[in-house]
Ligand binder design. Sequence first.
Ligand code: GLY
Ligand code: MN
Ligand code: MN
Length: 436
Amino acid sequence: MTELAALFHTHIADRQRTTAEAMAQTSFEALVISSGKVYTHFADDQDAPFHPTPHFAHWCPMSGPHHVLVVRPGQRPKLIRYAPEDFWYEQSPLGNPFWAADFDLEEVGTAEEVWKRLGTLSHAAYIGNEMDRAEAAGLDLNPALLTAHLDWHRTTKSAYEVLCIEEATVIAAKGHGAARHAFLAGASELEIHHAYVQAAGIVDHEMPYGSIVALNEKGAILHYEGKRTLRKGQVLLIDAGAQVRGYAADITRTLAAPTCDSRFSALIAGMEKIELQLCDMVKPKLPYGDLHHQGHLLIAGLLQESGILNVAPEEAVEHGLSRPFFPHGLGHHLGIQVHDVAGRQGTPEGTPAPPPPQHPTLRTTRTIDADQVFTVEPGLYFIPMLLRPFRENEHKAKFDWKLIDELTPCGGIRIEDNLLVTPNGHRNLTRPHLPH
Ligand code: GLY
Ligand code: MN
Ligand code: MN
Protein backbone atom coordinates (compact mmCIF):
# COMPACT_ATOMS: atom_id res chain seq x y z
CA MET A 1 0.00 0.00 0.00
CA THR A 2 1.36 3.45 -0.86
CA GLU A 3 1.65 6.10 1.84
CA LEU A 4 -1.23 8.01 0.25
CA ALA A 5 -3.46 4.92 0.26
CA ALA A 6 -2.55 4.25 3.90
CA LEU A 7 -3.43 7.80 4.92
CA PHE A 8 -6.67 7.58 2.97
CA HIS A 9 -7.54 4.28 4.66
CA THR A 10 -7.19 5.97 8.07
CA HIS A 11 -9.20 8.95 6.82
CA ILE A 12 -12.04 6.60 5.82
CA ALA A 13 -11.86 4.83 9.18
CA ASP A 14 -12.32 8.29 10.77
CA ARG A 15 -15.28 8.95 8.49
CA GLN A 16 -16.84 5.59 9.45
CA ARG A 17 -16.46 6.41 13.14
CA THR A 18 -17.70 10.00 13.07
CA THR A 19 -20.58 9.17 10.71
CA ALA A 20 -21.67 6.24 12.89
CA GLU A 21 -21.64 8.59 15.91
CA ALA A 22 -23.68 11.17 14.02
CA MET A 23 -26.19 8.54 12.89
CA ALA A 24 -26.52 7.17 16.41
CA GLN A 25 -27.33 10.69 17.63
CA THR A 26 -29.97 11.15 14.96
CA SER A 27 -31.51 7.66 14.73
CA PHE A 28 -30.64 7.00 11.10
CA GLU A 29 -29.59 3.53 9.99
CA ALA A 30 -28.12 4.48 6.62
CA LEU A 31 -26.73 7.58 4.93
CA VAL A 32 -26.83 8.13 1.17
CA ILE A 33 -24.61 10.90 -0.20
CA SER A 34 -24.57 11.72 -3.89
CA SER A 35 -21.86 13.66 -5.69
CA GLY A 36 -24.78 15.66 -7.09
CA LYS A 37 -26.24 16.91 -10.33
CA VAL A 38 -24.80 19.69 -12.46
CA TYR A 39 -26.19 23.21 -12.25
CA THR A 40 -27.46 24.48 -15.62
CA HIS A 41 -27.71 28.25 -16.01
CA PHE A 42 -31.26 29.58 -16.24
CA ALA A 43 -32.71 29.68 -19.76
CA ASP A 44 -29.43 28.36 -21.16
CA ASP A 45 -27.90 25.01 -22.10
CA GLN A 46 -24.57 25.81 -20.44
CA ASP A 47 -23.63 24.17 -17.16
CA ALA A 48 -21.70 25.80 -14.31
CA PRO A 49 -18.35 24.12 -13.53
CA PHE A 50 -19.31 21.05 -11.51
CA HIS A 51 -18.65 21.05 -7.76
CA PRO A 52 -19.36 17.76 -6.00
CA THR A 53 -21.43 17.72 -2.81
CA PRO A 54 -18.80 18.57 -0.16
CA HIS A 55 -19.94 15.69 2.05
CA PHE A 56 -19.28 13.32 -0.86
CA ALA A 57 -15.85 14.87 -1.46
CA HIS A 58 -15.13 14.28 2.24
CA TRP A 59 -15.41 10.54 1.55
CA CYS A 60 -14.15 10.20 -1.99
CA PRO A 61 -12.00 12.26 -4.37
CA MET A 62 -13.73 10.88 -7.51
CA SER A 63 -14.88 13.70 -9.78
CA GLY A 64 -18.13 13.98 -11.71
CA PRO A 65 -21.88 13.98 -11.05
CA HIS A 66 -24.43 11.30 -10.04
CA HIS A 67 -22.15 8.96 -8.09
CA VAL A 68 -23.77 7.69 -4.90
CA LEU A 69 -22.23 6.54 -1.65
CA VAL A 70 -24.10 4.44 0.91
CA VAL A 71 -22.80 4.38 4.48
CA ARG A 72 -24.05 2.00 7.14
CA PRO A 73 -22.41 1.67 10.57
CA GLY A 74 -20.18 -1.38 10.79
CA GLN A 75 -20.22 -2.05 7.02
CA ARG A 76 -17.84 -1.15 4.22
CA PRO A 77 -19.13 1.89 2.35
CA LYS A 78 -20.75 1.12 -0.98
CA LEU A 79 -19.89 3.40 -3.89
CA ILE A 80 -22.03 3.30 -7.03
CA ARG A 81 -20.10 4.98 -9.81
CA TYR A 82 -21.96 6.69 -12.65
CA ALA A 83 -19.97 5.86 -15.79
CA PRO A 84 -21.99 6.54 -18.93
CA GLU A 85 -20.93 5.89 -22.50
CA ASP A 86 -20.73 9.34 -24.03
CA PHE A 87 -19.34 11.07 -27.10
CA TRP A 88 -20.18 14.67 -26.06
CA TYR A 89 -17.95 14.75 -23.02
CA GLU A 90 -14.87 12.72 -22.21
CA GLN A 91 -15.51 9.87 -19.78
CA SER A 92 -12.26 8.54 -18.41
CA PRO A 93 -12.12 4.96 -17.19
CA LEU A 94 -11.71 4.66 -13.46
CA GLY A 95 -8.42 2.76 -13.65
CA ASN A 96 -7.03 1.73 -10.29
CA PRO A 97 -7.08 4.78 -8.03
CA PHE A 98 -5.40 4.65 -4.61
CA TRP A 99 -8.74 5.06 -2.83
CA ALA A 100 -10.74 2.28 -4.53
CA ALA A 101 -9.83 -0.45 -2.03
CA ASP A 102 -11.80 1.30 0.71
CA PHE A 103 -15.17 0.87 -1.03
CA ASP A 104 -17.42 -1.85 -2.38
CA LEU A 105 -17.49 -0.37 -5.84
CA GLU A 106 -20.12 -0.86 -8.55
CA GLU A 107 -20.25 0.86 -11.92
CA VAL A 108 -23.40 1.58 -13.95
CA GLY A 109 -24.21 3.50 -17.11
CA THR A 110 -27.22 5.64 -16.15
CA ALA A 111 -28.27 7.78 -13.19
CA GLU A 112 -31.53 5.80 -12.98
CA GLU A 113 -29.54 2.59 -12.59
CA VAL A 114 -27.38 4.19 -9.88
CA TRP A 115 -30.49 4.79 -7.80
CA LYS A 116 -31.95 1.32 -8.54
CA ARG A 117 -28.77 -0.18 -7.08
CA LEU A 118 -29.54 1.44 -3.74
CA GLY A 119 -32.24 -1.15 -3.12
CA THR A 120 -34.69 -0.56 -0.29
CA LEU A 121 -33.41 1.46 2.64
CA SER A 122 -35.26 2.26 5.83
CA HIS A 123 -34.46 5.09 8.26
CA ALA A 124 -32.06 6.49 5.69
CA ALA A 125 -30.88 10.07 5.31
CA TYR A 126 -29.82 11.74 2.08
CA ILE A 127 -27.27 14.52 1.56
CA GLY A 128 -27.03 16.07 -1.87
CA ASN A 129 -29.06 17.98 -4.46
CA GLU A 130 -30.78 15.15 -6.38
CA MET A 131 -33.99 15.81 -4.48
CA ASP A 132 -36.50 14.15 -6.80
CA ARG A 133 -34.62 10.86 -6.89
CA ALA A 134 -33.92 10.90 -3.15
CA GLU A 135 -37.54 11.68 -2.34
CA ALA A 136 -38.76 8.88 -4.61
CA ALA A 137 -36.38 6.54 -2.77
CA GLY A 138 -38.06 7.53 0.52
CA LEU A 139 -34.98 9.16 2.00
CA ASP A 140 -35.00 11.94 4.58
CA LEU A 141 -33.66 14.93 2.63
CA ASN A 142 -30.66 16.83 4.00
CA PRO A 143 -31.65 16.48 7.67
CA ALA A 144 -30.28 19.51 9.53
CA LEU A 145 -29.20 17.76 12.73
CA LEU A 146 -27.25 15.00 10.95
CA THR A 147 -25.66 17.55 8.62
CA ALA A 148 -24.63 19.68 11.61
CA HIS A 149 -22.88 16.68 13.19
CA LEU A 150 -21.05 15.87 9.95
CA ASP A 151 -20.06 19.51 9.40
CA TRP A 152 -18.72 19.71 12.93
CA HIS A 153 -16.41 16.78 12.26
CA ARG A 154 -15.21 18.35 9.01
CA THR A 155 -13.32 20.98 11.03
CA THR A 156 -10.99 18.26 12.37
CA LYS A 157 -8.65 17.34 9.54
CA SER A 158 -7.11 13.91 9.04
CA ALA A 159 -3.47 13.51 8.00
CA TYR A 160 -4.76 12.67 4.49
CA GLU A 161 -6.62 15.98 4.30
CA VAL A 162 -3.60 17.93 5.55
CA LEU A 163 -1.47 16.27 2.87
CA CYS A 164 -3.99 17.32 0.19
CA ILE A 165 -3.86 20.93 1.43
CA GLU A 166 -0.05 20.84 1.50
CA GLU A 167 0.08 19.53 -2.06
CA ALA A 168 -2.30 22.31 -3.10
CA THR A 169 0.05 24.75 -1.35
CA VAL A 170 3.04 23.54 -3.38
CA ILE A 171 1.10 24.25 -6.58
CA ALA A 172 -0.14 27.65 -5.37
CA ALA A 173 3.37 28.62 -4.26
CA LYS A 174 4.64 28.07 -7.81
CA GLY A 175 1.89 30.38 -9.04
CA HIS A 176 2.68 33.03 -6.44
CA GLY A 177 6.39 32.92 -7.32
CA ALA A 178 5.64 33.50 -11.00
CA ALA A 179 3.10 36.23 -10.17
CA ARG A 180 5.71 38.09 -8.08
CA HIS A 181 8.20 37.90 -10.91
CA ALA A 182 5.64 39.16 -13.43
CA PHE A 183 4.55 42.05 -11.15
CA LEU A 184 8.12 43.21 -10.57
CA ALA A 185 8.63 43.17 -14.36
CA GLY A 186 5.65 45.55 -14.72
CA ALA A 187 2.97 43.06 -15.85
CA SER A 188 -0.75 43.87 -15.85
CA GLU A 189 -3.38 42.15 -13.67
CA LEU A 190 -4.31 39.93 -16.64
CA GLU A 191 -0.68 39.03 -17.34
CA ILE A 192 -0.02 38.33 -13.65
CA HIS A 193 -3.05 36.04 -13.55
CA HIS A 194 -1.78 34.23 -16.65
CA ALA A 195 1.68 33.89 -15.11
CA TYR A 196 0.05 32.36 -12.01
CA VAL A 197 -2.06 29.74 -13.79
CA GLN A 198 0.73 28.86 -16.19
CA ALA A 199 3.21 28.24 -13.38
CA ALA A 200 0.60 26.37 -11.33
CA GLY A 201 -0.34 24.30 -14.40
CA ILE A 202 -4.08 24.82 -13.96
CA VAL A 203 -6.99 26.43 -15.78
CA ASP A 204 -9.30 28.90 -14.08
CA HIS A 205 -12.09 26.51 -13.16
CA GLU A 206 -9.59 24.28 -11.34
CA MET A 207 -8.89 27.07 -8.85
CA PRO A 208 -10.75 26.84 -5.55
CA TYR A 209 -11.93 30.45 -5.99
CA GLY A 210 -11.47 33.12 -8.63
CA SER A 211 -8.03 34.67 -8.25
CA ILE A 212 -7.87 38.19 -6.81
CA VAL A 213 -5.13 40.01 -8.70
CA ALA A 214 -5.37 43.64 -7.71
CA LEU A 215 -3.00 46.43 -8.62
CA ASN A 216 -2.98 49.68 -6.63
CA GLU A 217 -6.40 50.98 -5.48
CA LYS A 218 -8.20 47.77 -6.51
CA GLY A 219 -6.54 46.04 -3.55
CA ALA A 220 -9.14 47.80 -1.39
CA ILE A 221 -11.94 45.76 -3.02
CA LEU A 222 -11.86 42.63 -0.91
CA HIS A 223 -13.10 40.22 -3.59
CA TYR A 224 -11.92 42.13 -6.68
CA GLU A 225 -12.44 40.00 -9.79
CA GLY A 226 -11.24 42.30 -12.59
CA LYS A 227 -8.19 41.57 -14.73
CA ARG A 228 -7.13 44.97 -16.09
CA THR A 229 -4.48 45.39 -18.77
CA LEU A 230 -2.93 48.47 -17.11
CA ARG A 231 0.77 47.79 -16.49
CA LYS A 232 3.46 48.86 -13.98
CA GLY A 233 1.52 48.81 -10.71
CA GLN A 234 2.99 50.21 -7.49
CA VAL A 235 1.33 47.56 -5.32
CA LEU A 236 0.10 44.03 -5.98
CA LEU A 237 -2.38 42.23 -3.72
CA ILE A 238 -2.74 38.66 -4.97
CA ASP A 239 -5.06 36.17 -3.28
CA ALA A 240 -4.95 32.90 -5.18
CA GLY A 241 -4.94 29.21 -4.35
CA ALA A 242 -4.99 25.75 -5.83
CA GLN A 243 -6.83 22.50 -5.20
CA VAL A 244 -5.71 18.90 -4.81
CA ARG A 245 -8.22 16.04 -4.58
CA GLY A 246 -10.86 18.61 -3.66
CA TYR A 247 -8.89 20.39 -0.89
CA ALA A 248 -7.91 24.03 -1.18
CA ALA A 249 -4.99 26.27 -0.34
CA ASP A 250 -5.90 29.96 0.13
CA ILE A 251 -2.89 32.29 0.07
CA THR A 252 -2.48 36.07 -0.14
CA ARG A 253 0.61 38.18 -0.60
CA THR A 254 0.99 41.95 -0.97
CA LEU A 255 4.04 43.30 -2.75
CA ALA A 256 5.39 46.78 -3.40
CA ALA A 257 7.31 47.83 -6.50
CA PRO A 258 10.56 49.75 -5.82
CA THR A 259 8.76 52.92 -6.92
CA CYS A 260 5.94 52.52 -4.38
CA ASP A 261 5.31 55.26 -1.76
CA SER A 262 7.74 54.30 1.01
CA ARG A 263 5.09 54.97 3.68
CA PHE A 264 2.92 52.25 2.12
CA SER A 265 5.89 49.85 1.78
CA ALA A 266 6.48 50.38 5.52
CA LEU A 267 2.85 49.44 6.19
CA ILE A 268 3.33 46.22 4.18
CA ALA A 269 6.42 45.38 6.26
CA GLY A 270 4.43 46.13 9.44
CA MET A 271 1.57 43.88 8.34
CA GLU A 272 4.00 41.07 7.54
CA LYS A 273 5.27 41.25 11.13
CA ILE A 274 1.73 41.37 12.51
CA GLU A 275 0.63 38.37 10.46
CA LEU A 276 3.59 36.33 11.74
CA GLN A 277 2.93 37.47 15.32
CA LEU A 278 -0.71 36.35 15.03
CA CYS A 279 0.35 33.00 13.56
CA ASP A 280 2.73 32.57 16.51
CA MET A 281 -0.19 32.87 18.96
CA VAL A 282 -2.11 29.95 17.44
CA LYS A 283 -2.49 27.02 19.81
CA PRO A 284 -5.28 24.85 21.21
CA LYS A 285 -7.79 26.33 23.65
CA LEU A 286 -7.48 29.91 22.37
CA PRO A 287 -10.86 31.22 21.15
CA TYR A 288 -10.40 32.26 17.52
CA GLY A 289 -12.32 35.46 18.34
CA ASP A 290 -9.56 36.44 20.79
CA LEU A 291 -6.99 36.06 18.01
CA HIS A 292 -9.13 38.29 15.79
CA HIS A 293 -9.29 40.88 18.59
CA GLN A 294 -5.49 40.73 18.97
CA GLY A 295 -5.32 41.36 15.22
CA HIS A 296 -7.32 44.58 15.65
CA LEU A 297 -5.06 45.72 18.51
CA LEU A 298 -1.89 45.07 16.51
CA ILE A 299 -3.25 46.77 13.40
CA ALA A 300 -4.41 49.74 15.50
CA GLY A 301 -0.83 49.89 16.85
CA LEU A 302 0.54 50.03 13.31
CA LEU A 303 -1.98 52.74 12.40
CA GLN A 304 -0.78 54.80 15.37
CA GLU A 305 2.91 54.18 14.65
CA SER A 306 2.47 55.30 11.05
CA GLY A 307 0.56 58.43 12.07
CA ILE A 308 -2.73 57.41 10.46
CA LEU A 309 -4.44 57.40 13.87
CA ASN A 310 -3.34 59.51 16.82
CA VAL A 311 -4.79 57.35 19.59
CA ALA A 312 -3.54 54.30 21.47
CA PRO A 313 -4.55 50.84 20.12
CA GLU A 314 -6.93 50.03 23.01
CA GLU A 315 -8.86 53.26 22.54
CA ALA A 316 -8.90 52.85 18.76
CA VAL A 317 -10.32 49.33 19.00
CA GLU A 318 -12.80 50.29 21.72
CA HIS A 319 -14.26 53.00 19.47
CA GLY A 320 -14.19 50.83 16.31
CA LEU A 321 -11.54 53.00 14.62
CA SER A 322 -9.53 50.03 13.30
CA ARG A 323 -12.63 48.48 11.69
CA PRO A 324 -12.82 50.65 8.55
CA PHE A 325 -9.19 49.62 7.86
CA PHE A 326 -9.72 45.93 8.74
CA PRO A 327 -13.36 45.14 7.99
CA HIS A 328 -13.19 41.35 7.51
CA GLY A 329 -12.61 38.43 9.84
CA LEU A 330 -9.07 37.34 10.64
CA GLY A 331 -9.65 33.99 8.95
CA HIS A 332 -11.76 30.93 8.36
CA HIS A 333 -11.56 27.16 8.41
CA LEU A 334 -10.11 25.70 5.23
CA GLY A 335 -10.70 22.35 3.55
CA ILE A 336 -13.07 21.15 0.85
CA GLN A 337 -14.66 24.56 0.90
CA VAL A 338 -12.41 27.60 0.93
CA HIS A 339 -14.59 29.12 3.62
CA ASP A 340 -15.03 25.74 5.25
CA VAL A 341 -18.10 24.83 7.24
CA ALA A 342 -18.95 25.02 10.94
CA GLY A 343 -16.86 28.06 11.82
CA ARG A 344 -19.85 29.56 13.59
CA GLN A 345 -21.18 26.31 15.02
CA GLY A 346 -21.13 26.20 18.83
CA THR A 347 -21.84 22.46 19.26
CA PRO A 348 -21.96 19.30 17.13
CA GLU A 349 -25.76 19.68 17.20
CA GLY A 350 -25.50 22.95 15.32
CA THR A 351 -26.16 25.52 18.05
CA PRO A 352 -25.30 28.82 16.35
CA ALA A 353 -22.27 30.67 17.73
CA PRO A 354 -22.67 34.08 16.08
CA PRO A 355 -19.80 36.58 16.04
CA PRO A 356 -19.80 39.35 18.65
CA PRO A 357 -21.57 42.57 17.56
CA GLN A 358 -18.26 44.48 17.29
CA HIS A 359 -16.85 41.85 14.87
CA PRO A 360 -19.85 40.93 12.66
CA THR A 361 -17.79 39.60 9.73
CA LEU A 362 -15.79 37.07 11.75
CA ARG A 363 -16.27 33.67 10.07
CA THR A 364 -15.09 31.52 12.96
CA THR A 365 -16.13 31.84 16.57
CA ARG A 366 -14.76 28.38 17.43
CA THR A 367 -12.19 27.59 20.07
CA ILE A 368 -8.94 26.59 18.41
CA ASP A 369 -8.26 22.87 18.70
CA ALA A 370 -5.69 20.37 17.42
CA ASP A 371 -6.10 19.24 13.80
CA GLN A 372 -8.09 22.25 12.71
CA VAL A 373 -6.82 24.00 9.58
CA PHE A 374 -7.63 27.66 9.11
CA THR A 375 -6.32 30.83 7.57
CA VAL A 376 -4.75 33.78 9.35
CA GLU A 377 -5.20 36.79 7.07
CA PRO A 378 -5.05 40.23 8.65
CA GLY A 379 -5.71 43.16 6.33
CA LEU A 380 -5.25 46.91 6.23
CA TYR A 381 -7.08 48.76 3.47
CA PHE A 382 -7.99 52.29 2.47
CA ILE A 383 -11.66 51.84 1.57
CA PRO A 384 -13.29 55.21 0.87
CA MET A 385 -16.87 54.10 1.62
CA LEU A 386 -15.92 52.75 5.07
CA LEU A 387 -13.77 55.76 6.01
CA ARG A 388 -16.32 58.36 4.84
CA PRO A 389 -18.53 58.36 7.99
CA PHE A 390 -15.45 58.95 10.20
CA ARG A 391 -14.59 62.14 8.29
CA GLU A 392 -17.67 63.75 9.84
CA ASN A 393 -18.27 62.03 13.17
CA GLU A 394 -16.95 62.71 16.68
CA HIS A 395 -13.73 60.75 15.96
CA LYS A 396 -12.64 62.72 12.88
CA ALA A 397 -9.73 64.48 14.63
CA LYS A 398 -8.17 61.10 15.49
CA PHE A 399 -7.35 60.40 11.80
CA ASP A 400 -4.71 62.01 9.57
CA TRP A 401 -6.96 62.52 6.55
CA LYS A 402 -4.22 64.00 4.35
CA LEU A 403 -2.06 60.92 4.86
CA ILE A 404 -5.07 58.64 4.28
CA ASP A 405 -5.88 60.43 1.02
CA GLU A 406 -2.28 60.13 -0.13
CA LEU A 407 -2.16 56.38 0.60
CA THR A 408 -5.64 55.54 -0.76
CA PRO A 409 -4.33 55.02 -4.36
CA CYS A 410 -2.14 52.19 -2.99
CA GLY A 411 -5.30 50.17 -2.14
CA GLY A 412 -4.72 47.66 0.60
CA ILE A 413 -2.68 44.95 2.22
CA ARG A 414 -3.59 41.37 3.08
CA ILE A 415 -1.20 38.59 4.03
CA GLU A 416 -2.68 35.13 4.35
CA ASP A 417 -1.19 31.83 5.47
CA ASN A 418 -2.83 28.46 6.19
CA LEU A 419 -2.18 26.90 9.60
CA LEU A 420 -2.59 23.40 10.98
CA VAL A 421 -3.15 23.35 14.75
CA THR A 422 -0.96 20.81 16.56
CA PRO A 423 -1.37 19.54 20.15
CA ASN A 424 0.92 22.27 21.50
CA GLY A 425 0.89 24.96 18.87
CA HIS A 426 0.64 25.02 15.12
CA ARG A 427 2.40 24.28 11.85
CA ASN A 428 2.36 26.94 9.16
CA LEU A 429 1.52 25.03 5.97
CA THR A 430 2.28 27.97 3.69
CA ARG A 431 5.63 29.49 4.71
CA PRO A 432 7.85 26.46 3.99
CA HIS A 433 6.72 26.73 0.36
CA LEU A 434 6.31 30.51 0.14
CA PRO A 435 8.57 32.15 2.75
CA HIS A 436 7.66 35.75 1.81
N1 GLY B 1 -9.75 33.95 -0.88
C1 GLY B 1 -10.84 34.40 -0.08
C2 GLY B 1 -10.44 34.53 1.32
O1 GLY B 1 -9.28 34.69 1.61
O2 GLY B 1 -11.22 34.40 2.22
MN1 MN C 1 -9.06 33.23 3.15
MN1 MN D 1 -7.70 34.28 0.35
